[in-house]
Design a binder for this molecule. Structure first.
Ligand code: BYC
Length: 501
């Protein structure tokens, strides 16, 4: 079952050829996807040969094949982890019963909503990152960006397969809509707010892959527990790919911190202005970017008190990540003490507090990178420590939405909050400074001045390997940067290649 059939038009390990209607529907969607990729995927690299990893089987060992591929030729397909024989529902009111191979009628619209919401984030992130190839800090990073982009494209395929195979005409219509909404589009935006945030620099990309892809890990892990077995199997395989995206985030930020510390040592100062003058990201600016992307990603867990999450858990649709680690899998008699604005404590039925339970464990997971970066800063002899913002800071969803608190979670006057916000998240001038660092570097092995080289290359190749090949870089001009919302980007003028080394 785990071998992937690449002979078919749509590579898959679920025998879609055995269901002619499904195969036709997916083959009808395929050219629309490719058109979307052409219009909304990475701009200007369609003919480049990129050293990409492609799944060849879903086994734990050796599922990846590496080789030079043009992105539009990437074999996007449908890969599910192998079925667990006799799998039983592991939580909720139906615990112990056999898992579902079809969608129960009463859960149809909720499951569809969850799958659509998950599916919507995948193309959204590709759209957000569309123009970043223009300003890559190295060829190694450029390749990693493209690896992430093609895998997000495949994750979209994963959700579209479920919609087509299990939700009939409604599912097919939703699959069309997944290509019709666009990140940042004023009329048809993506569903979740974080996926409408513009991403015009690589510091944002590293923060996004650290924080937002980590939400992806938590959501996929909770779907991996689902009683709807095809969803569980799909998400189990997606998680193997997701790990690389978080790696790009964590190592990307580590390399920024490393380079900044080198510059601080060179100039013998931790003065942010002097660090900036030397072309590095001062730690204070990095902290603002961490605050921005972490607080935005905290909203992705939904409201602290949610009847949606209670229903999804009780029915078996969505569990908690690594459900087996818990003792109580039914949660009908436990409560969660929640602190609400005005320091009011409320006893909330545990089932309704699951978004918050997940958000708390997500924040603990986020701490791991912070500890690593702070160790680097400490070893270099500096007192500053990077921190995560409080889960109350800058929230747009739940009881803390719009409540003015500082990054430590301390309430303050709204006017003071508004005045001080630019101390905590990137101001227009911080963004302009970071943007000024975004000069394209494409000579193999060379790095932009604001980031240290990675410790190793891809798949045991050296960092200097030519991971992205174009027939000619010297004649490379950038086509007008059209953002997903149809507007021209700030970098919309055609310009000649300029490289910083
Ligand atoms: N922005 O009861 P509530 C990833 C909506 S990332 C805008 O509080 P619930 C990836 C919510 O939809 C993982 N709207 O929350 C990462 C609902 O609207 P409706 C993505 C929001 O339902 C990087 C209403 O508010 N996967 O894979 O318990 C790159 C009340 O909702 C937001 C998923 O999210 C927001 N932030 O939980 C690429 C999993 N938050 O339905 C990919 C699927 C909430 O009343 N989604 N709302 O109109 C879910 O499980 C749930 O929908 C949520 C919300 C966890 C998002």
């Amino acid at each position: 079952m785990s071998a992937i059939n690449y002979a078919e038009k749509i590579p898959n390990n679920v025998n879609i050829g055995g269901d002619r209607t499904l195969q036709r529907a997916l083959e009808h969607w395929q050219p629309r996807f490719l058109q979307w990729w052409g219009e909304m995927g990475p701009s200007d690299f369609k003919s480049a040969d990129v050293y990409l990893r492609t799944a060849i089987s879903v086994d734990a060992q050796g599922w990846a094949h590496y080789g030079a591929t043009k992105m539009p030729d990437y074999r996007w397909g449908i890969f599910l982890a192998d079925a667990t024989p006799e799998r039983k529902i592991g939580f909720g009111d139906a615990m112990g019963q056999p898992v579902w191979q079809q969608v129960p009628g009463e859960y149809r619209s909720t499951l569809r909503r969850l799958i659509v919401t998950q599916g919507d984030t995948e193309p959204a992130s590709v759209e957000q990152q569309r123009l970043l190839g223009h300003t890559c800090p190295s060829m190694y990073d450029l390749r990693n960006l493209f690896q992430i982009n093609v895998e997000e494209g495949r994750h979209l395929w994963a959700m579209v397969y479920l919609l087509h195979a299990y939700f009939g005409r409604d599912g097919r219509e939703e699959a069309e809509e997944l290509l019709a909404r666009h990140s940042g589009d004023a009329d048809k935006p993506r569903i979740l707010t974080t996926f409408n945030e513009p991403m015009s620099d690589w510091l944002s990309l590293f923060c996004f892959t650290y924080f937002t892809d980590r939400d992806g890990k938590y959501q996929l892990k909770s779907f991996a527990e689902s009683a709807f077995d095809p969803l569980s199997r799909t998400c189990r395989f997606m998680l193997t790919e997701e790990a690389h995206h978080m790696f790009v985030g964590e190592t990307g930020i580590s390399r920024v911190v490393k380079r900044t510390l080198e510059v601080m040592k060179e100039i013998g100062s931790d003065d942010p202005a002097r660090v900036r003058a030397k072309g590095a990201v001062d730690l204070q600016t990095l902290q603002k970017y961490l605050n921005f992307w972490c607080s935005s990603s905290l909203d992705l867990f939904g409201s602290e008190i949610s009847s949606n999450s209670a229903a999804a858990f009780a029915s078996g649709m969505k569990g908690r990540p690594d459900e087996t680690q818990y003792e109580d899998h039914v949660l009908r008699s436990s409560v969660f003490e929640m602190t609400l604005p005005d320091e009011k404590k409320e006893q909330v039925p545990m089932l309704n507090a699951l978004n918050e339970v997940m958000r708390e464990s997500y924040l603990k997971d986020c701490e791991i990178g912070l500890k690593r970066w702070n160790r680097m800063i400490e070893r270099a002899g500096h007192a500053l420590r990077l921190t995560l913002p409080s889960s109350r800071f800058r929230r747009s969803i739940g009881p803390w939405a719009g409540v003015p608190v500082d990054p430590q979670g301390k309430p303050l006057e709204k006017s003071l909050y508004e005045k001080r916000l630019s101390e905590w998240i990137p101001s227009p001038s911080d963004r302009a400074f970071v943007q000024s660092l975004m000069q394209r570097v494409i000579e193999p092995g060379k790095m932009a001045g604001w980031i240290a080289p990675p410790e190793r290359g891809i798949n045991n190749l050296p960092v200097e390997y030519e991971y992205v090949r174009r027939r000619s870089w010297s004649s490379w001009t950038i086509s007008p940067g059209v953002l997903p919302n149809g507007k021209s980007s700030a970098r919309s003028t055609r310009r000649k290649r300029t490289t910083a080394a």
